[in-house]
Every structure is written in C-alpha cells, then in structure tokens.
Design a protein around this ligand. Structure first.
Ligand SMILES: *[C@@H]1O[C@H](CO)[C@@H](O)[C@H](O)[C@H]1NC(C)=O
Ligand SMILES: *[C@@H]1O[C@H](CO)[C@@H](O)[C@H](O)[C@H]1NC(C)=O
Ligand SMILES: *[C@@H]1O[C@H](CO)[C@@H](O)[C@H](O)[C@H]1NC(C)=O
Ligand SMILES: *[C@@H]1O[C@H](CO)[C@@H](O)[C@H](O)[C@H]1NC(C)=O
Ligand SMILES: *[C@@H]1O[C@H](CO)[C@@H](O)[C@H](O)[C@H]1NC(C)=O
Ligand SMILES: *[C@@H]1O[C@H](CO)[C@@H](O)[C@H](O)[C@H]1NC(C)=O
Ligand SMILES: *[C@@H]1O[C@H](CO)[C@@H](O)[C@H](O)[C@H]1NC(C)=O
Length: 265
C-alpha cells in the first residue's frame, strides 16, 4: 500500500515536471528606467481572440484586449499607472520606464472559443550600469620623456552581477566580477605607452558600457606605431600585387608561346 502511494506521488512529480517544462518561462532582463515589450507570441489578433495580461502568478489583471478595444482596469495597481501600453494588433504589452518593483512574473492568456494558451515571463530589473572611470596614479604617464610604464586603474561603484574588463582592441586583458551583492570594483592595468585602443568595459550579461583610454592619461607610443602598421600593410599589398602581375605575365606568356607552337606545328 505504501509503495503504491510512493510510486504514484513519484509519477505525479514527473508529470508536474513535464508540464512545467512545456510551459517554458521566458526570462526578460531589463535596466531600470528602460521600456520592455513582452511579446504575446501572436503576429495578429483575430476576431474572437482575447488577450489577458496579469502580474504575478494568477495575479491581478493589468491589461486586456480583443484586438479592437483595449482595457486597462480602473483599479489598476497604482505602480503601473500610465506606464502600460498594449498593442491592439499583436497583443504585446510594453511596460515603460520600468522600476525595480515591477520585477516579477507576468502572464499572458490567449483564448478564443476553442482554445486557451498561457505564456509566462519573469522580468528582472537591473540598476543602471555605472560608467567605468579610468584613473592614473603616476604623473609620469603624461610626461613624454619618461620611460616608466603607465599604471592605470578602472573602477565602478555599486554594481552587482556585473563584470569589469580591460580590453586591448577586441581582446580581453583582464576581468573581475561582482556577485549579487552591490560592491565597487577596480581593475589595474600596466602598459608602457598607448600602442592600441584600450578600453574598460562594465557589462551585465545582456548589455554593457565602455570607457576608452585616451592619451591624456597615457602617452601615445613614440615612433608612430600606427603608421608602421599602415606602411607594413601597404608593403604587403604592393608585394601581393607584384606577385599577381608576375603570375599573370607567366600565364599569358605560356598561352601565347603555346599558340605560337601550335601555329608553327
Ligand atoms: C513576437 O513573436 C512573434 C511570434 O513568435 C514573432 O514573429 C515576432 O517577431 C515577435 N516580435 C517581437 C517584437 O519580438
Ligand atoms: C468596442 O467598443 C465599442 C464601444 O464600447 C463597442 O461598441 C464595440 O462593440 C466593441 N468592439 C468589440 C469587438 O469589442
Ligand atoms: C483558436 O486558436 C487556436 C490556436 O491559435 C486556433 O488553432 C483555432 O483555429 C482558433 N479557433 C477559432 C474558432 O478561432
Ligand atoms: C595609487 O597608488 C596608491 C599607493 O601605491 C594605491 O593605493 C592606489 O590604488 C593607486 N591608484 C591608482 C589609480 O593606481
Ligand atoms: C616617475 O618618474 C620618476 C623619474 O623618472 C621616478 O623616480 C618615479 O618613481 C616615477 N613615479 C611613478 C609613480 O612612476
Ligand atoms: C553606493 O551605495 C551606497 C550604499 O547603498 C550609497 O550610500 C552610495 O551613495 C552609493 N554610491 C553611488 C555613487 O551610487
Ligand atoms: C557589449 O554589447 C554589445 C551589444 O549588445 C555586444 O555586441 C558586445 O559583445 C558587448 N561587449 C561585451 C564586452 O560584453
């Protein structure tokens, strides 16, 4: 008897698991103050369709439409007042100027006379990314005569779930991450002189902010490194052009000499 019961509850768990899996929850990440659109998944509302948006699992109705008339309830949660927009054509809901307290589960129920489907979204609201600040310790950096290296520090204040990185061109030189606790991050960088585009990037998984290192903090390298790159490229171009021309000449010579041979034969 006990075993039967245990077996059945196991089955029940499996069924619940499968159900949860088919009704996939879409995760939406957004920065505080931005607008976010939750897609109803319909491309067009047909006559007889009804779209209901609720906040929270089985929470209060916040907006509905039938494709012709939109309804935002009078007793709408104060927090959403004047910040919801419902697209009459697709049923998609836009939350404008999003706030941290708007985070949570949103559900859309799409129904007609014969069927009913539900989609769920979890909205996570992130604090705006702070701008990374690059500072330099050594006054030597800006002095052209100095041969000492340029030591820099990139910092951001009060971030969580973010990564701070130094980039040289498009390659990462170093990185440091903040957990879910709001902390300040700093990342040092030592370079001889400014020989490429260096930047410090603070990033969430879905967006980022970049500060570029300029020549006020670090002296550009002497001997015009960029020009060297350019002249090297030009040299390569000229050489490959010459090789190409030479190859073409050989082919043409080969063909004409064969023709001559054929004609004489
Ligand atoms: C909404 O979803 C539909 C169907 O999946 C898709 O065709 C449409 O491009 C999506 N719209 C947006 C704004 O994501
Ligand atoms: C839309 O609203 C108008 C005015 O309230 C009403 O006459 C009409 O029947 C409504 N249409 C639909 C499709 O709900
Ligand atoms: C109701 O919606 C389903 C799913 O979108 C669709 O297959 C069906 O044709 C619709 N029925 C009516 C009566 O519009
Ligand atoms: C400057 O040097 C001091 C002392 O060595 C150090 O604590 C600080 O982090 C440095 N700041 C920068 C921007 O390198
Ligand atoms: C700056 O340069 C001077 C002389 O070149 C050196 O003595 C000093 O240690 C350097 N300072 C830093 C912070 O690198
Ligand atoms: C960082 O967070 C602390 C504590 O929450 C706060 O007092 C401080 O003003 C914040 N600093 C900035 C620059 O946002
Ligand atoms: C920054 O965001 C852009 C656009 O979303 C993306 O292409 C790029 O890879 C991101 N860079 C980093 C360092 O995350």
């Amino acid at each position: 008897m006990f075993y039967t019961f245990a077996f059945c509850s196991l089955c029940f768990c499996c069924l619940v698991g499968v159900f949860a899996d088919t009704d996939a929850v879409k995760s939406v990440l957004v920065i505080e103050g931005d607008s976010v659109s939750l897609n109803s998944s319909l491309t067009e509302i047909k006559a007889g369709d009804r779209i209901l948006w609720t906040f929270g699992t089985n929470g209060p109705l916040i907006a509905k439409t039938n494709g012709v008339n939109n309804t935002i309830p009078d007793n709408l949660d104060k927090r959403f007042r004047d910040r919801l927009k419902l697209d009459k054509k697709t049923g998609s809901l836009t939350i404008m100027n999003i706030r941290t307290e708007d985070a949570g589960v949103y559900e859309v129920e799409i129904s007609n006379s014969s069927s009913e489907t539900k989609h769920r979204f979890t909205v996570t609201v992130y604090a705006p990314l702070p701008i990374p600040v690059i500072s330099s310790n050594s006054s030597n950096c800006s002095s052209p005569s100095s041969s000492s290296s340029c030591s820099l520090l990139c910092s951001v204040v009060n971030v969580s779930d973010a990564t701070l990185s130094w980039y040289k061109g498009i390659s990462v030189l170093s990185s440091i991450s903040a957990s879910d606790l709001s902390i300040s991050l700093s990342l040092p960088l030592e370079i001889e002189c400014l020989d490429d585009s260096y930047s410090c990037v603070v990033a969430y998984s879905f967006t980022n902010w970049t500060t570029h290192l300029n020549s006020e903090l670090c002296q550009t390298c002497p001997d015009c490194v960029f020009c060297c790159h350019v002249s090297e490229a030009v040299t390569r171009l000229v050489i490959s052009a010459l090789v190409g021309v030479a190859a073409a000449c050989i082919v043409v010579y080969d063909i004409t000499s064969r023709k001559v041979q054929q004609e004489t034969a």
